[in-house]
Design a protein around this ligand. Sequence first.
Ligand SMILES: Cc1cc2nc3c(=O)[nH]c(=O)nc-3n(C[C@H](O)[C@H](O)[C@H](O)COP(=O)(O)OP(=O)(O)OC[C@H]3O[C@@H](n4cnc5c(N)ncnc54)[C@H](O)[C@@H]3O)c2cc1C
Length: 417
Amino acid sequence: MNMMETEVCIVGAGPGGAAAALKLSYLGTPCLLLDKATFPRDKVCGDAVSGKVTTLLGRLDPAMLRRFRQQVTNVDVWGIRFIPSNGRELKIPFQVDYDPNVDEAPGYVMRRTDFDNFLVEEVRQRKNIDFREGIEVKEYERTDKGWKISTASGQEIHCRILLIADGAYSHFSRHIAGHTKDNAHYAAALRAYYKGVTGFHKDNFIELHFLPELNPGYFWIFPLPNGGANVGLGMRSDFVQKRRLNLKTVLNEVFEKHPDIAARFANAELDGKIVGYGLPLGSKRRSLSGDHYMLLGDAGHLIDPLTGEGIGNAFYSGFIAAEQAIQCLQEERFDATYLEAYDARVDRVLRVEMRLSYQLQRIMQIQWLTNLITGFIASNPKIIELLCRMYTDFDLRKQLVRPWFWLKMWLGRRAEA
Ligand SMILES: Cc1cc2nc3c(=O)[nH]c(=O)nc-3n(C[C@H](O)[C@H](O)[C@H](O)COP(=O)(O)OP(=O)(O)OC[C@H]3O[C@@H](n4cnc5c(N)ncnc54)[C@H](O)[C@@H]3O)c2cc1C
């Protein structure tokens, strides 16, 4: 049997694992990074890359951020279109008074095949990352010094600290950390690529359509280069189960019968297959660490429960896990109590936002209220500007769930009238 030893081993080279490996590398700590896939490879996703990712890439290496922005495979995104069930659209730019010819885009859409491959190409440039693709981890076993990892190809790897970033169907998360699937905190989703969809915003606003049959959840259309689009829908799994929904049937009905959407897809062509995947949502707090290990990204159930955004959160958890791993090595402490510091930092950075998103997810289940609020916002440019500022100002965003905020806005509007 082929045997090797390493201090830090990362399983999964998606955004969570790649971010952790890059952060470790830039901080001068070598690691072993394993993935069962060979890159480039697809990952079922909406492909929307938020400002969280660009912020972190820029903090790690401004040159890397420049390389990312220069990729021809991404589309610059300047805002979002919310279409509630009554169809009264709300357009919110991500930046006040933006100029696409001068400013850097606040968000992007990029096929995951390309985005993950961009990260892997960055990984390949780093001499202190031992990246091995096409290596599937099969088993984990606790040892005196850490973990023993057995791979499908018969390798045995011993490490002191294990970073688990193997995604939504993580074996370790489910069977070793004990995080069973909870349908009230999980979503099912479908994704399809299309060509020839019409009716996009001129500045590539991404679109979320809140259809009554998909509540709580939404149908999305995200623009891609050369007239392409990432299209899909997602819904909380407990509702899918309760209503015995077949999401593929729902998707086809949207294409055929929805008055506005059907017209936009009249001449569109499916590019590839319609594929499904799960989203472990962060609305239920889970433990993210234990003796000699940390869970990152989807393996730690860190997807935003309202928007379904998980790439940025996987990135954040990867960066935090890398710093924590270095501390563990310096202090020679790998026990569960010491590693609680990782959970605490992830909580500080991401948990408040996820709690807020969960509150909004529940509020938005009340369709008449969502219709009322979006209608009120759509007719009020000052509130649109405030919402626009919320994209980058998290403290401001917290106002969204406070009834007092809406009352003040409403009273202000009446006073102006
Ligand atoms: C339909 C859908 C739409 C979404 N839309 C968006 C969106 O628009 N924007 C957004 O930010 N997020 C979106 N998400 C969430 C996002 O896709 C995830 O949160 C993100 O991919 C998490 O990254 P990760 O690194 O944790 O896991 P992953 O990206 O899943 O990477 C895990 C890696 O682990 C590897 N792996 C798995 N098992 C093993 C093993 N046994 N051995 C070795 N390697 C293994 C896999 O090959 C893979 O490369 C969406 C999710 C879905 C399902």
